[in-house]
Write a protein that binds this ligand. Sequence first.
Ligand code: DC
Length: 216
Amino acid sequence: MVTIDGPGGAGKGTVAAGLARRLGWHWLDSGSLYRALGWLAAREKLFEAPDETLADLASRINVVPAGPDTHVTADGQDIREWLREEKAGEWASQIAVRPQVRKQLLPLQQACRIPPGLITDGRDMGTVVFPDAVLKVYLTASPKSRAERRLKQLNALGVHGNLTDLTREIAARDERDRTRALSPLSPAPDAWVIDSTHLSAEQVIEQIWEAGRCFF
Ligand code: DC
């Protein structure tokens, strides 16, 4: 079990999927759960709904790790294509502050810990969801390089983006994720902090691979 937490755009997803591929393990992209719920809440105009209503909504989301991929569904439908845009990340961050939502999504994530092993990325994987993980990484990078990476990812998906807007949106999302009362973004005390500003995803994977050799 390896956890990779950190702010948006630090390369967590690319590193986690790459490691899962190398190890033949599964990948849980926990952000996709919050994105799915944010998307559903936006579609059904339930953003202001009470916690209990949102928890009911969360029960319609499911997630299945599938090797170096995460299948997330809403009402049994594959909705991944709706979750990539920056707007989905923003909705996810807003919905993620709600305690009942986090409570409802917790067992779903923990159930993904299946053989032969799980690599997971998010904000609270090492601190709350899998506190007993053998290797915990906190992956960060400068705000500028995170915004540039995010822009590249969006462009590769054919989604439009603008560096100034992205930088602002990432900063606002970081602030919300760091300051929320429950499960805020923060390195676990036993996490290994890696700054990827000047590292490629491959270099980060190599570092984790070397450090984790005795566990894998
Ligand atoms: O990793 P991401 O950008 O897909 O995550 C989108 C948002 O979901 C993020 O800004 C906060 C929330 N999130 C969370 O609160 N806890 C997680 N473990 C993963 C994501």
